[in-house]
Design a protein around this ligand. Structure first.
Ligand code: ARG
Length: 557
């Protein structure tokens, strides 16, 4: 509708359509119309005062049936939409386009790097946030017709692996190797514990590290390969549960060698320097600290590998390269992008960091380095157990396999929604009681609203798709308005890398729907055919929103 009003105005004023759209406001109360256009900025063109301009425009504009009337209030032109025509067009449009409602086709290609667990370490709650965020960003881009490569990047070399292998050989060699992320993580946690208890052990770990690097020890090399693969395989189950998948998986081990080479080139070009034996770039002048590429012993650090990774990524010739990485690495990624600029690596303008904050549990921070670390599977089990109890309270007779299925979908919805509804930069505290509440701003509430719409639709036998609108009440008008905002909301989420806009929108939409549902009978009412169409439209749009958040829906709850 905004679009249509902008088109009308465009004929009369010397502003770009996009500028007009930006100026259009929503009046503070419905008696003042549905849209308002302020005429202040037109004084230049018309050389009159804005109130006069508004009067003149009002008389000039020939408006279509969808607009009932235009009124002037001070310097504002207030547009009153013909609600019945608007509602009918919108509902018909949604029912026709279904899950394509709001779609646009941008011919772009984007790589989204996200999740990035390291082998031989835990997959923890922070990874769930990054994974949910990355998957949602990928889906939003796909919604706008982009070709998306979902890329993962894992640390599979370095000191943490040496610690793991050392600890396994020394203390756990009798245990069978397991494709289980928590078992793998616990060995790592144990290694850290053992090492902090005895300083002398680090020497042994250094030996293992050297052997891994120069591949001189067959047994250690075989163990590295095998356990690395176990980690990778253990993620498959996690990604399935989290409704995600990857098209590419980069590993630090594949960019290590090239990382070293690039770093040496940087020294030759005078971009990096040797300081105290290490290779560094000093960004102090730009206020960005110092970035170290090579250690004194010549081993390559994380930063060197990231330069090589960038080179590898751009082989894919994308329009965008998104890094979904926790905010601990904000400064680091600035340094990396800056280094790429100094290297005259032109694609760096296509690189973009989407940063995200910590996930805390009420008990405190989680870190894979400590014993309090919350592993994915423990966390998910705790949440699903809680969900099962909730579901059983509501549906005591539920069959076991149905219970399992629903509990997983509801739990993942609860977790993802609680993470995505916040701006990604915010730290969050995950409380399972809150996230799993069936009322309020939660994933289960949204699923529940969706299922409720489904149950209304199942009650009707009429196949009639035609509907007539006799009259619209306030509840109906509210849903119509909210539904009509969907395309704009998703577009905003897309341009701002911000799925929380869609999450917040879904919540408000569901709230309005539930108010409608309580106030207006559907089946058997005089307005049955229209209200059914409205419920159906709501269901499409909510499903569409949840889908963009990577949240699966349930027909029954
Ligand atoms: N695996 C890394 C970590 O655990 C995150 C990777 C971030 N991506 C990157 N290109 N540096 O910290």
């Amino acid at each position: 509708m905004k679009e249509a009003i902008a088109t009308l105005l465009k004929k009369e004023v010397l502003l770009k359509k996009s500028e007009i759209k930006k100026l259009i406001e929503t009046p503070p109360s419905p008696e003042m119309g549905d849209y308002a256009f302020p005429c202040f900025s037109l004084s230049k063109q018309f050389k009159k005062n804005p109130n006069q301009i508004a009067e003149e425009l009002k008389n000039k504009i020939k408006f279509p049936r969808q607009i009932e009337k235009i009124e002037v209030s001070g310097a504002y032109l207030n547009f009153f939409v013909n609600r019945k025509i608007f509602a009918k067009n919108l509902v018909n449009q949604i029912l026709k386009q279904k899950n394509n409602f709001g779609k646009k086709k941008f011919n772009l290609k984007r790589m989204v790097e996200f999740s990035q667990p390291n082998t031989h370490k835990s997959f923890h709650v922070g990874h769930i946030r990054g994974t949910s965020l990355g998957e949602s960003l990928a889906r939003i881009a796909e919604f706008f017709g982009e070709k998306v490569i979902r890329a993962n990047y894992s640390g599979d070399t370095g000191m943490h692996i040496a610690k793991w292998i050392w600890c396994y050989k020394k203390y756990h060699s009798k245990e069978k190797l397991k494709k289980d992320e928590s078992w793998i993580a616990l060995i790592y946690v144990d290694a850290v514990k053992k090492l902090s208890a005895n300083e002398k052990f680090q020497k042994e770990v250094d030996m293992v590290n050297k052997k891994i690097e120069d591949k001189s020890d067959k047994e250690i090399n075989a163990l590295w390969k095998k356990t690395r693969q176990l980690s990778i395989d253990s993620w498959k189950k996690i990604y399935k549960e989290l409704n995600t998948h990857f098209d590419m998986h980069y590993f630090e081990s594949e960019v290590e060698k090239r990382g070293k080479e690039i770093t040496k080139e940087l020294v030759k070009k005078g971009i990096a320097k040797i300081s105290d034996g290490a290779t560094i770039i000093d960004f102090e002048e730009q206020g960005l600290g110092v970035l170290v590429f090579l250690r004194r012993d010549g081993t390559v650090l994380y930063a060197g590998k990231d330069l090589a990774l960038a080179e590898k990524k751009v082989e894919k010739k994308m329009d965008w390269y998104i890094y979904v990485v926790a905010d601990e690495q904000n400064l680091y990624l600035k340094q990396i992008f800056k280094t790429l600029e100094l290297m005259k690596f032109k694609e760096v303008k296509k690189f973009h960091h989407v940063s995200f904050g910590l996930v805390k549990l009420p008990e405190g921070k989680m870190s894979s380095r400590t014993g309090e670390n919350i592993l994915y599977s423990n966390f998910l089990k705790e949440v699903t157990d809680f969900a099962k109890r909730r579901i059983k309270e509501r549906t005591p007779k539920i069959k076991n396999n149905e219970l399992e299925k629903r509990a997983l979908i509801i739990s993942v919805a609860a977790i993802k929604y609680s993470m995505l509804k916040q701006r990604s930069s915010k730290n969050i505290i995950f409380k399972k009681q809150d996230a799993l509440n069936f009322e309020g701003d939660t994933g289960p509430y949204l699923l529940y609203s969706y299922a409720r719409a489904g149950s209304i639709l199942r009650k009707t036998k009429s196949k009639n798709k035609q509907f007539k609108i006799k009259q619209l009440n306030q509840n109906e008008i509210k849903i119509i308005k909210k539904l009509s905002q969907f395309p704009e909301v998703v577009l905003n989420a897309y341009s701002n890398f911000n799925p929380s806009l869609i999450a917040n929108y879904s919540y408000h939409l569901a709230q309005i729907f539930n108010e409608f549902y309580h106030a207006c009978p559907v089946i058997g009412s005089e307005q049955e055919s229209f209200r059914l169409a409205l419920v159906k439209s709501f269901k499409h749009v909510l499903e569409n929103s949840l889908n963009l958040l990577g949240i699966e829906t349930l027909e029954k709850m």
